[in-house]
Design a protein around this ligand. Structure first.
Ligand SMILES: Nc1ncnc2c1ncn2[C@@H]1O[C@H](COP(=O)(O)OP(=O)(O)OP(=O)(O)O)[C@@H](O)[C@H]1O
Length: 263
C-alpha cells in the first residue's frame, strides 16, 4: 500500500503544570491514506482541536510523531506547509481587512502565482464574490465560514484540515459546502481531516471515522463498520453509545488497535 498521507504515532499533549496537568490528547495513533476524508468525532473537550492544532504545527506535542506527506512535521514542517491548509472557527481572519485583502495577503503568504486571478477564481467557487470589498468584521458567521474555506482552498491543498467546517451555516449552505468538499476531493485526490459534531455530515463525507473521548481514540472504522459494530442505524446513536461509554458488543477497545487504520 502507498505511504499514508497523515501518520500519527503515540501523540500526546499535556497542558498545565505538574500540580494540575490536563492530558488533552493521550497516546493516539492513526494513519490516513491519500484521498480519504477522515472524521474526528468526540464530545466537547475530547481532544479534537488539540489534535488538529498539532497536525498543523500550531501546538508542539508533549511526545509522539507526526508525518505529513512523508515529512516529519516536527522537524521539517516548512517543507509541507505550502501543500496543506486549514480552516477553524477559532482562528479569525483580520477583521478590518476586506475579504479581498485577506485572501490576497494569504495568497502572497502561500507564494501562489497569479494571486489576483486565483482570489477571483476561489471567490467565485465559494460564492463570496459579492463580499470581496466588505471588511471581514462585517460579515455574518456563515459568511465568515465561507470566506475561511475560500482561504483554506486558495493554495489547492493536498491535505485539508477542517475544524467544524459547516458550523453556523444554514442547512442549504452546509449541504452546498459538503458537495464542494466531496467534488474537490474527487477532482484533486486531496486528503481531508475534519472535526465535526454533525453526524450526518460525517456519515456522508467520511471513509474513516476516529471516535475520541478523554483524549483517546476509543473506536474507529468506516461509518458502515461502526453502525454494524454497535448495532445502530445512525452514527448519532453510535456517538451517544461511545460518549456514554456503552461499549459495542464484544468489540475490543479501539485503543488496543492503534495504528490499524491504513497499514
Ligand atoms: N491551552 C490549553 N490549556 C489548558 N487546557 C487546554 C488547552 N487547550 C485545550 N485544553 C483542554 O484540553 C482538552 C481538549 O480540548 P480540545 O479543545 O482539544 O477539545 P475538542 O474535542 O476540540 O472540544 P470541542 O468539541 O468543545 O471543541 C479539554 O479538557 C480542554 O479544556
Amino acid at each position: 500500500m502507498s505511504q499514508p498521507v497523515i501518520k500519527v504515532d503515540h501523540l500526546t499533549k499535556r497542558f498545565g503544570d505538574a500540580a494540575s496537568p490536563v492530558t488533552a490528547v493521550n497516546d493516539i495513533s492513526f494513519a490516513v491514506p491519500a484521498g480519504t476524508v477522515v472524521g474526528l468525532l468526540g464530545g466537547n473537550g475530547a481532544g479534537k482541536t488539540t489534535t488538529i492544532s498539532m497536525l498543523l504545527g500550531l501546538l508542539l506535542p508533549t511526545s509522539g510523531a507526526i508525518r505529513m506527506l512523508g515529512e516529519d512535521m516536527l522537524r521539517h514542517r516548512h517543507r509541507v506547509l505550502t501543500r496543506m491548509n486549514f480552516s477553524s472557527p477559532y482562528v479569525d481572519l483580520p477583521h478590518r481587512l476586506t475579504v479581498a485583502e485577506n485572501l490576497t495577503v494569504y495568497g502572497h503568504l502561500y507564494g501562489i502565482p497569479g494571486v489576483r486571478r486565483r482570489v477571483a477564481e476561489i471567490a467565485e467557487a465559494l460564492d463570496v464574490t459579492r463580499f470581496l470589498k466588505k471588511p471581514v468584521g462585517q460579515l455574518s458567521a456563515g459568511q465568515k465560514t465561507r470566506v475561511a474555506l475560500a482561504k483554506a482552498l486558495l493554495n489547492k491543498p493536498e491535505v485539508l484540515l477542517l475544524d467544524e467546517p459547516t458550523a453556523s451555516l444554514d442547512p442549504d449552505t452546509a449541504d452546498w459546502i459538503r458537495t464542494y468538499l466531496e467534488t474537490y476531493r474527487d477532482r484533486t485526490g486531496a486528503t481531508i481531516l475534519l472535526a465535526s459534531h454533525n453526524m450526518l455530515e460525517v456519515e456522508r463525507l467520511c471513509g474513516l471515522v476516529l471516535m475520541m473521548r478523554g483524549g483517546v481514540i476509543v473506536d474507529r472504522g468506516t461509518p458502515a463498520d461502526l453502525l454494524e459494530r454497535y448495532g445502530r442505524d445512525t452514527l448519532e446513536d453510535v456517538f451517544l453509545d461511545i460518549a456514554r461509554d456503552r461499549r459495542s458488543g464484544g468489540a475490543e477497545p479501539a485503543a488496543d488497535r492503534v495504528g490499524d487504520a491504513a497499514e
